[in-house]
Design a protein around this ligand. Structure first.
Ligand code: XIL
Length: 322
């Protein structure tokens, strides 16, 4: 059971205590991305990422998950002015240094994040990395395999639920499968796929999702839910993106419970992680109320519903929360 944690809020006692009490896996919401880690070329600042690692390993006494080594966002500005050859070298260098510093502290790293385009006409997302470094995904994974100890699992992380139409969800899912399959065919080292799962109140794809996850299971890969949240606002599918819709605790609880069931039923699913845990601090905005705990750190119906699934339908006593 995982959550993203943000160094900005750790000084808040209730925030820190609830994360430590309820979860046993932690990812940094910001601090381990390339921009904060390497603000100047060749000059690394591991402070924030170390803080999250230490919190995960010593306070939570759980697992630390690394996010991420390469993304089309949150790269340092200096990357932009590099030539394609220099970008390739910078990517290799970044991964090598992060590998050297963290070793096996994180049990898994998202090596590449969101490489696939949302545009129906092209497969790969154009970015600071692509097409300048055409094979950047292979380069990143191959480098990571050498840079980190063998037990560290290498993940490709992607969203498949934020496109403008369901048709595009499906297309993107196929692209993701093909990308991963292609990597495996080329013997590029990969251990798993991360499904971000930034979803909305009208999510009704649990059955489809389970089948999608089973396809990765059949490839021998792990599947992680890496960034789950269930927002009560219009997503890109809605007519008015961003517009808040009335909160429905039971509906949200059912979605969380269904996804928990899916994760338990699919052999490959090894991590059930939300992108934060309290509505007080969420990238979707507090009003979207996407997370299992409310903005006063009280459990919402989703918490009880997930616990029920985890305990085979037995009702649990209300959880006592700090
Ligand atoms: C987001 C953070 O939550 C925001 O606070 C930040 O401004 C941008 O990044 N997919 C990812 C995450 O893989 O790293 C993103 O996190 C959310 C989307």
């Amino acid at each position: 059971m995982g959550t993203a944690v943000n160094t900005d809020y750790l000084p808040e006692k209730k925030y820190e205590a609830l994360a430590a009490q309820q979860y046993n896996l932690v990812t940094a919401e910001h601090s381990c991305k390339m921009a904060p880690l390497q603000p100047e070329q060749g000059k690394f600042n591991f402070t924030g990422c170390d803080e999250i690692r230490d919190f995960a390993l010593t306070k939570v006494k759980g697992a630390f998950r690394g996010h991420n080594l390469c993304w089309w966002q949150n790269y340092p500005a200096w990357v932009q002015s590099l030539t394609p050859m220099e970008k390739r070298q910078a990517l290799i260098n970044h991964i090598n240094e992060v590998g050297k510093h963290y070793g096996s502290d994180a049990f898994a790293w998202d090596v590449v994040n969101e490489a696939i385009s949302d545009d129906s006409n092209e497969t790969m997302r154009r970015s600071v990395w692509y097409p300048d470094v055409k094979d950047y995904i292979d380069v990143a994974f191959t480098t990571a395999r050498k840079a980190f100890p063998a037990e560290v699992k290498l993940f490709y992380n992607e969203y498949v639920y934020q496109q403008t139409s369901k048709q595009l969800h499906r297309l993107k899912a196929e692209r993701m499968y093909d990308l991963v399959r292609g990597m495996m065919d080329r013997k590029v080292p990969i251990d798993g796929v991360g499904l971000q799962m930034h979803i909305f109140y009208d999510f009704d794809d649990a059955v489809w999702l389970k089948a999608f996850m089973e396809r990765f299971d059949a490839l021998g890969l792990e599947v992680h839910f890496t960034e789950l949240d269930v927002s009560f606002k219009e997503g890109p599918d809605g007519k008015t993106p961003g517009k808040i819709v009335p909160f429905d605790a039971q509906r949200q609880a059912r979605i969380y419970a269904d996804l928990m069931k899916v994760c338990l039923e699919v052999n490959a699913c090894k991590n059930f992680e939300t992108w934060g845990f309290t509505d007080k601090y969420t990238w979707m905005g507090t009003n979207a109320r996407p997370l299992p705990f409310d903005s006063d750190y009280q459990p919402k119906a989703a918490v009880g519903a997930m616990l029920k699934v985890l305990t085979n339908g037995q009702d649990l006593q209300e959880t006592t929360v700090v």
